[in-house]
Design a binder for this molecule. Structure first.
Ligand SMILES: [Zn+2]
Length: 202
């Protein structure tokens, strides 16, 4: 399979051969990645649409439904790009939910892809494409968010909290936490608890 250029960086990506092949082959793996419009019919479709293969010179690409509509194209009645989520979009949403639920566990890409029934490569690629960050980055974000909450709402020790959010190594937890919030867990707790208390005293 050809590697596509990242389409998210541009509202109207260039119609390269790999995009064109996805359209010709109705390749649903690319649903959600981009949409294509056809000048002669004035409609736009998902890559997987089974409508007749258009003339390549009339095709224009879009990264979002909004962009296609703003350019004056109407959603195809057959593949309904404006209504349903593509299988790929649904799949990525499923993965987000899995991470939200199991962030505390030792979530490896392999494990995630097994839970979501897909290949690790496909998972990494689709997720990154749609979200702009990798599943691993999202796992860390959720962990730190949860740790912030626990620091302010419980009296558990920093290392207990680290363990609870799936970051068992205290020094790694502290480093990552500082990277994301600008504070060590201990400083974060002191700083924010004090300001919360001041707020309440006022
Ligand atoms: Zn269509």
């Amino acid at each position: 399979m050809n590697v596509m250029l990242p389409a998210t960086t541009n509202a109207s990506p260039v119609l390269t051969d790999s995009y064109w092949q996805a359209i010709v082959q109705n390749d649903e793996r690319h649903d959600g990645e981009f949409f294509y419009s056809v000048k002669t019919t004035n409609i736009f479709c998902r890559p997987s649409c089974k409508s007749r293969v258009p003339n390549r010179k009339n095709v224009r690409l879009f990264t979002t439904v909004q962009h296609a509509m703003q350019a004056g194209f109407q959603a195809c009645k057959r593949c309904c790009p404006d209504q349903l989520q593509s299988p790929q979009e649904q799949w990525v949403e499923e993965i987000v939910q899995l991470i939200d639920q199991y962030f505390w566990d030792d979530l490896k890409l392999e494990e995630l892809s097994r839970l979501a029934s897909g290949s690790p490569f496909h998972l990494q690629r689709s997720f990154r494409h749609m979200k702009g960050y990798t599943p691993a980055q999202y796992v860390q974000t959720v962990r730190i968010r949860e740790a912030e909450k626990l620091l302010l709402t419980t009296t558990q020790s920093v290392s207990q909290i680290g363990m609870q959010v799936g970051l068992d190594n205290p020094s790694y937890f502290a480093t990552l936490f500082k990277q994301k919030t600008g504070f060590t867990p201990t400083a974060y707790r002191q700083q924010h608890l004090t300001s919360v208390q001041n707020e309440a005293a006022r």
